[in-house]
Each structure stands twice: as C-alpha cells, then as structure tokens.
Design a protein around this ligand. Structure first.
Ligand SMILES: *Cc1c(COP(=O)(O)O)cnc(C)c1O
Length: 448
C-alpha cells in the first residue's frame, strides 16, 4: 500500500491512527440500518429455515456417527448460562457497573469440533455431502440419514476431496466431519496453528499441511491445491455462504433458550451481543440470524485483537476484503486462535456493514486476564479468544451508544459469545490460566 494512501486514510478516518498504533479502540458503525430500511440481502429467513431443516435431516446420522451426540439426538447446541459472579468480578475490577444481566453463550462446549466452527464448518460439509449423494441418486431428503454411516457411502465420498485453510479451529471442524463421512480431507494450516490441533486432526484421518506464513498464505495455497483437483471442494473462509448460513441458525436456538429462561427481548429489553471476530463469518452469520429473529432489538458488536483488526479496518475504510492489516503496517500476530486473520470475508462484510452496531479491539493480555477471572469466578474455562466478548458491556458502556438509543442500561441482556475451549488439552489450559493469573495479579492488562 503506497504511503500516500495511508496518509489520506488516516486523515479521512482519524481512528485509523489509533488502530495503527495498536491502541484498543471502540468504533460505532455509522452505516448500520434499521431492518425496515434494508431492501435486500443475499440471504433471508427462509434460507435460515432451510438450514435448520438440514441440521434436522442429519441429526440421526450425527447421533450415530458421534456417540457424544446421542444425548441430544444428534443436535449440536451449546448452553446459555447466566454468569453473575463474573459480572460482579468485572464490576469490582473495572470500577464500572454496566447494569443489566450478563450471559455466556457457551460455544466453547459445542461437541464434535469444540468451537463455534461446529456450526458453520460442519454445516457446509453436510450440505455438500447431501448434494453429492442426492445427485447420484443414493439419497432422498425423506430417508433416515443414519444410512450415511454405511460403507457404501464412505466409499462413494472417498472419491472426493475437501480442502480448507485454517488457523486451527475451522480445520478441526472440517477435518473431523469430512473424515467421518469418508472424504479425503486436507487442512492447510498457518504457522500460528497449535500443535495439538494438528495432531488431533491427523489422528482423525485428515492430512495436515503446514505453512510458514499466516492465514493468508495457508488459505491461498489450500484454495489453489484443492481447485486443481476436479473432484475437489474448497471450504473458503474468505467467501462462504454456507459457513455463514450454518452460523446463522444459532439465532433460532438462542431465541428458544431465552424463552425457556423467561428472558423477554424487545426494544425496551434489548440484546447486546459481543462476538470474537476473525474473518467475520461466524459473528456475521450469527448477527445476521439475530437481526432476522429479533429485528432492531438485537445490537451486535464484533471484537478483534489490536494486532488483527481485519473487519474493523475493512469497514472503517470501506475497502472491505480489499485491505489487509498488513497494508496498514500491522503484523497480524496474536495469541487468540481463530482471530489471527488479516483480511475479512468478502461474503460476510458487506452484510455486517448494514447490520452490526460496532467493533472494538483489545490486547491479548486482557484476553488472558478475563480467562483467569472467568475461571475463578464461574469455574468455566475457555480459549483466550473466546473471552473477548466479556468486556463488551464495559467497552460499549463507555460510549454514547446506550444513551443515543434511549435504552435503560438496567434492562440490557448482555451476551458474551464464548467461541471455543472444550478440546483444549488440560496442560495447555493450565498454561493460559497461569498466564492470566500473573497478569491479573500484576494489574497488567486492566481494561481501559
Ligand atoms: C473462528 C473463530 C472465531 C471467529 O470466527 P470468524 O468466522 O473467523 O470471524 C472466534 N473465536 C474462535 C475460537 C474461533 O475459532
């Protein structure tokens, strides 16, 4: 990127100066629209209903193929937990009382893939498998999909290859479900991907290819190699409608969970949802779903590391997926798995531009500190990246947003979306916790 461009941008968008200097920033989205003002989007609620129906067709298969899903009859869903002790800890340690109730959407507990990628990644592979089997006359939508565990289906799928580029978690979800169905699957991993994720994938039967560079290099290599195979299918995190749809279904599930807990949502009792963001596909899909289901009562915020603000940089400058954080001189280095992404999803970002309320960035140290606080206050242990939403009430509370929207802060239902954790090896988690504890006790990384 020529220096003159950068100078013009920092002039046009002063916030970019802080972003370049790695300062934690909060950005309220001036392009957000009311649902009634949005004329058309590439997807709608009927697509979400179709996606939910696909999950239900595959439920008997999933229950049979993954014994851990028998209890839920093949439905992969996470609990919604209220976390008042963590809320108290946040109040005490940040001398700020956001008001309202604080919940954790526990996608860190999602079975099979161990992260939010269980929604998008598994959905896209199931969608592709169904399409192939139906085209070949092997399957009808009215069949009991348990038959997909039979060897004849595995033999059939083994002619096809699936590829994906990943910093770790997407690779896990695509690798695990693809190998189980019988596909040949290759996962192209960036240098920052954790060793345990690569090892786990290999034990599940996936081929893991490692790259020296970051996510961009892994995904570009994976895309080229997979497309070179006439029977290759690439799950493209930088441009996937199906990942997005898989994520969006979470909104139906959340609606039901809130009803079961007798939590009313309307304009006077709005939802504020804070989601860790990489390419913007998972938070984008969920935000899209939430705006479809709850309309203007859903206020969605994305959270990115100060070193990898890919979506924020794209939205702020209007360059969307055309700009990478490297273009503004950032290194895209973060401990937050899944968020070490320099460029936003071309599919998700234009929709997010109309639907989300804003973005904020935070430092890695703060993620670890929150990990420690959540562990000690609620006995819940999640990946560093998954903690990013916990500070949302505090960060948005410091802006004018709530007052501008005439919202009574005491009525807000805050949901921090916890995106991964259950598969993290105990030793690794202990390391995260100890690091968080040391930071917490020395006061480093206290939310500003
Ligand atoms: C992938 C991931 C995200 C972000 O999802 P994107 O679709 O890349 O925005 C957040 N948290 C975790 C743990 C992830 O694995």
């Amino acid at each position: 990127m020529p220096f003159s461009d950068l100078k013009k941008w920092t002039h046009d968008y002063p916030l970019l100066e802080d972003i370049i200097q790695l300062k934690p920033v909060t950005w309220l989205n001036p392009y957000k629209q009311k649902m009634s003002d949005i004329k058309s989007l590439p997807l709608n609620i009927h697509d979400m209903n179709d996606a939910e129906a696909l999950w239900h067709r595959f439920a008997p298969y999933l229950a049979k193929a993954f014994p851990e899903l028998q209890k839920t009859k093949g439905i992969i869903e996470s609990p919604l937990r209220e976390i008042p002790r963590m809320q108290q800890s946040l109040v005490e340690n940040n001398s700020f009382a956001p008001g309202g109730r604080l919940f954790l959407k526990c996608d860190n507990e999602l079975l099979v893939a161990g992260s939010i990628k269980a929604r998008g990644g598994i959905f896209e592979v199931l969608h592709y498998a169904e399409q192939l089997a139906i085209e070949q006359g092997l399957l009808k939508k009215t069949d009991n999909y348990e038959i997909l565990t039979e060897d004849r289906f595995k033999d059939f799928f083994s002619q096809y290859s699936i590829g994906v580029g990943s910093t770790g978690n997407l690779g896990l979800s695509i690798g695990i479900i693809s190998a189980k169905l019988g596909f040949k699957v290759s996962v192209y991993m960036s240098a920052d991907a954790k060793a345990w994720k690569k090892n786990l994938l290999r034990t599940k039967g996936a081929t893991v290819l490692e790259f020296e560079g970051d996510f961009e290099e892994a995904i570009n290599n994976g895309r080229a190699a997979t497309h070179a195979d006439p029977k290759g299918y690439f799950v493209d995190d930088e441009n996937s409608k199906y990942l997005y749809l898989g994520y969006s279904v979470a909104a139906f599930r959340l609606q039901k969970q809130l009803e079961e807990l007798n939590v009313k949502v309307d304009d006077e009792h709005p939802l504020f949802v804070y989601q860790p963001c990489g390419v913007g596909g998972s938070p984008g899909g969920v935000a899209f779903g939430l705006r479809q289901v709850f309309g203007d009562s859903a206020h969605c915020f994305f959270v990115e590391p100060t070193h990898s603000p890919a979506v924020l940089t794209g939205l702020l400058t209007g360059k969307m997926e055309k700009i990478s954080v490297h273009d503004i001189g950032l290194d895209n280095r973060t401990e937050a798995d899944g968020l070490a992404v320099g460029r936003s999803s071309a599919f998700a970002s234009p929709i997010s531009k109309l639907l989300i309320s804003g973005c904020y960035t935070m430092e890695d140290d703060e993620l670890f500190r929150l990990l420690y606080q959540l562990g000690t206050s609620e006995n819940i242990f999640i990946e560093p990246s998954a903690t990013a939403g916990l500070i949302g009430p505090h960060r948005i509370g410091q802006t004018d947003y709530i007052r501008q929207h005439n919202i009574n802060p005491g009525n807000i239902i805050h949901i921090a979306w916890s995106t991964g954790g259950v598969l993290v090896p105990e030793e690794e988690m202990k390391g995260f916790f100890e690091k968080g504890k040391a930071l917490f006790q020395s006061g480093v990384g206290v939310a500003g």
